[in-house]
Design a protein around this ligand. Structure first.
Ligand code: AKB
Length: 313
């Protein structure tokens, strides 16, 4: 399979690890990383990198032509907590970047597009447990509104113009290589670093807040698996529910104490609590499992061991 891939937003939490995995599959020179800021040493030294603003359609087109790009992964976005502070900016970034890339695909400059959605499309009126693919979707955050609109734009471009765009509704994604920024689920990453570095953590959501989560390794695997699936197997062109595990901060603390027995957590919920409370506590992703055979590998126990081992190293 030969593809030339452009990743927009490659220096971020998911972009960084996705870039490295795609480079190992398609070859370093076939995966062009880009962002408004440089990535880490591994990304910069292992393959091509370009400074690109994801809302700048003309520059994207120039790069698509320069490298003969066949696929674009658009990962640049403003996440839930920051988007509440800068609603207009979040809407502009999240929407204009997507519409620009969809137009390039419509005009046949690229063959395939990946665009991430999120559990943030769901809102307070959505059934909380085992949230189905099709259900009440009334988001209460700017980020959620932008993701929901984006999903329907993807579907529209697919139906109307035959654009091959694919998408996943990520749960909170947990990683240790690059930290996330501006999300509500960021505590589930911070907690591991604070456990190792300081032995205690002040959590910004309450101890019983249950949210759907996934280890980065699974998120990257799912993304690539969806992009490699046969077009006829990709039956949902808004965005697929995707799940691996769900837990509360208290359950995380119990798991971390198996490795760091004196680890202490205190709870001081802030404005992010309201966002977390509006999201599902678990997700039904049976459509992804049925359509393209999605299977997760990591649960809370195996993820915790892996992350702590890596941070301690
Ligand atoms: C966030 O917390 O904003 C993101 C997400 C769930 O999309 N991690």
């Amino acid at each position: 399979m030969s593809e030339t891939i452009l990743i927009l937003g490659a220096s971020g939490q998911i972009g960084n690890e996705l870039t490295q995995e795609l480079r190992s599959i398609y070859g370093n020179s076939s995966v062009i990383a880009s962002d408004i800021k440089e990535g880490n040493e591994e990304m910069m030294s292992s393959g091509p990198f370009e400074i690109i603003d994801a809302t700048d359609k003309e520059t994207i087109l120039k790069m698509v032509k320069k490298y003969k790009v066949s696929q674009v992964y658009l990962l640049a976005a403003m996440l839930s907590a920051t988007a509440e502070k800068f609603p207009q900016k979040a809407w502009d970034l999240n929407m204009s970047s997507l519409l620009g890339v969809l137009e390039l695909a419509k005009d046949k400059h690229i063959k395939q597009v990946y665009w991430p959605s999120s559990i943030a499309v769901f809102g307070p009126t959505t059934p909380k447990e085992n949230t189905p693919q099709k259900t009440i979707i009334e988001p209460s955050t700017v980020y959620g509104i932008s993701k929901l609109s984006g999903e329907f734009w993807c579907n529209y471009y697919h139906e109307k113009y035959g654009v091959d765009v694919r998408s996943l509704r990520y749960p909170g994604v947990i990683s240790w290589k690059v930290k996330p920024g501006g999300g509500t689920t960021d505590y589930a990453v911070d907690i591991y670093f604070k456990a190792v570095e300081e032995g205690n953590y002040e959590c910004f959501v309450s101890k019983e807040t249950r949210l759907p989560m996934m280890y980065m390794n699974d998120a990257v695997a799912a993304t690539i698996q969806l992009m490699q699936a046969k077009p006829e197997d990709v039956k949902i062109r808004t965005s697929y529910n995707l799940a691996a595990m769900d837990f509360t901060p208290e359950e995380m603390a119990v798991e971390i104490r198996k490795h760091i027995p004196n680890f202490k957590v205190s709870y001081k919920p802030d404005s992010r609590q309201e966002i977390a409370d509006s999201w599902p506590s678990s997700i039904d992703d049976s459509e992804a499992r049925k359509d393209w055979n999605w299977q997760h590998k990591f649960n809370l126990t195996s993820m915790t061991s892996d992350i702590l081992k890596n941070i301690q190293n």
